[in-house]
Design a protein around this ligand. Sequence first.
Ligand code: MCN
Ligand code: SMO
Length: 786
Amino acid sequence: WGSDNRAIRKGKWIGKPARRLEDPRYLTGAARYVADLELPQMLHAVYVRSPHPHARIVSIDKSVLPGLGKTVFAFTGEDLRDVPPLIDHVALDNLLRTPQPVIAIGKVRFVGDAVAIVLAADRYAAEDAAELLSSAVEYEELPPVPNVAASGASDAALLFEELGTNEIYREAITHGEVDEAFAKADRVFSARFDHNRYMAAPMETRGVLANYDRADQQLTVWSSTQMPHFLRSVIAGQLGLPENKVRVIAPEVGGGFGMKMCTVPEEIAIPFIATQLGRPVKWIEDRHEHLIAATHAKQQSINLEVAVTNDGKVLGVRGEFVGDGGGYSFNTESALIEPALAAKALPGPYRIENYREEVGAFLTNKSPVAAYRGVGWTAANTARELLFDEAARGLGIDPAEFRRRNMLRSDELPYLSCTGQVYDSGSYLESLDKALEAVDYQAFRQRQEELRKQGRYIGLGISSYVEQTAWGSESSAQAGTPLPSHDNATVTVDPSGKVTVAVSVSSHGQGHETSLAQIAADGLGMDIKDVVILHGDTSNTPYGLGTYASRSAVIGGATVARAAADVREQILQVAGKMLEASPEDLVIEDGKVSVAGTPSRFKTLADVAYAAHWDSEVRNSEPLLSATRFYDPPANYANGCVVALCEVDADTGVVTLDRIVAVEDCGMVINPMIVEAQVHGAIVQGLGGAMLEHLIYSDEGQPLTTTYMDYLVPTFSDVPPIEVISIETPSPFTVGGIKGMGEGGQIAAPAALANAVADALAPFGARIEKLPITPDYVLRLMGKIG
Ligand code: MCN
Ligand code: SMO
């Protein structure tokens, strides 16, 4: 191993579409989520949440609650004054901080802001008591700040008076010679793009169960989280407990999609109350609460200008990215997460050397914005790809050809982008060409022309992308939000020869119990069925940051590969003594260690493992087959291209999606079936954001989309056939050449869909400036309604 730290042992499993080992328990209903857990003496928590977008809390009269302190308990912000507020700690000097108490103190800043927590022995009693307490909260309403325009107005009410402004960040950075580029340009195209506010809306809402055990003074928190170790660090810090007295368990997590990445106030308040009451406390969010109080995502406004030559060469780009952060700049991430990441991601797979990025972020009286799959990158990709199509149309150049003229060729990689990102490797042009070939691009254009003559409007949209993957320290620094990040895995072979792999990444639907087992199985020459992956529990996994930013294949995979390689050495040492052969002459395959070329001279892995623990003649100096290894990878970037085909009904404005083709290049693929399914899932979520999902607030700051009747998530019937084509360009920088891919589909799909609609409506001169693309928006674009 030592000579090449980037090698990975590829045997019978890596690259195979192995069926997911975790699926039987999902399919049979045996999987257990936070809501399924019951503890003796457990209390159920229900939140009292603000009905006002912006108000002072004048008083809360707990005395209205019958049985207060005996059968019913209530906690307000004042009761939790000793718990420090949550603050974002992004390392940016000029970002104004907005401390968020875990229950509001003095003031509420959005409809859904936590005002009190009520507890009772069952959920029904707690709901009734919470309703009673809600009516005993006196508010003094303040003028609402419903959007960025209102937030920036000179007479706007301030969410944090002490800051003297609602604009918590503004910064402009110039890369290269931007003004010169615009001065030289033949044409300048510009566009405004308003990205809609929508949200992850995982099948499982948020939920926390906390229990403080007085016997061993240990706090155990079960939370539907993506980052158990990080959450433990935050809880210990917030509650002033030694970290080794806090255990965090992420049981089954029914989707996180970024929303369950950062620490939420509920994850601090519920454990605190459990320590105060000395009884287990469970809070399970309901769907209405989820839609108003869980973090929202994606909303930002982008103004883009592109300077081009008449033959379609991009000379420079100017962009302004303004985030609508909601009531608090959200802890561990900040309101910058959308606009700042979008600004850095804007160049994408193109050769853009001159670029000015300006980033601003405002507070508004809405639920805070935090991560959701493809955070920032989705908005950047959509704005850029829409504008590139617009420019191509304006110049009379085919949109695919326009892209080709500006796209980085494989032989230009590794490439240092103007925003400081090192694209390690990829297949940008090949991905575009493969996607177009799959849909028979030329034939489509002919058909489009013929159908237009009949008054039918079909369209094709292209979206090329790079996806920054595998956040380690370097990737996060290149994204502009530096955060030391690394992970660990411990691989252990027990005396019976079975393998347990404990990882710090934390699967919540991605199938790590299979894909990481494939890596361990190849590393140790055995079957994946003999490998158990432990994750999501701080008491039996090594420290690490968990699963987000498409980091687990690269980082989790490498930690497992490295630890397995060390254990393999330990096995070979023992087996060498048993077989009286030099360890270099041994091979491990199918659970057997044999002498190369003489397969009849072998020991089973079980024999070797037994001897390694119990036979003092042959065992190693440490009678254990186990190793822990860490990994913090260099930055790496996956890439791909999504092409969507649609038809727009000119009478109703309804868009029918006919077909989506996605080319995905994530380097060496561990499990092609999982990768394909991840692409499908991400595209469907992107489709939701592009066509259906919209969290709408009234001008008074009231949320109007508070059930799934108003907030439309895509269903099976909204999804066209999706074909996934794989290209494998290994990263020269990562272990095994693996790159991540969990977000690519959602980064790319909205632009493909929006461009398809814009292409269909080109005869109407339509320009898509916002999402979702609803039928009434389409009719507006066609000039059919005002
Ligand atoms: N994979 C592979 N070969 C590669 C790359 C990935 O086989 N070259 C496999 C991995 O082994 C893993 C899966 O594909 O099983 C995704 O890997 P990766 O891209 O590393 O992403 P993560 O596992 O770190 O998952 C995070 C990513 C993110 S950031 C969001 S958001 C998202 C996503 O995963 N949230 C999800 N997909 C999700 N899928 C489900 N079901 N639920 C979520 O909450
Ligand atoms: S938004 Mo994904 O958890 O990085």
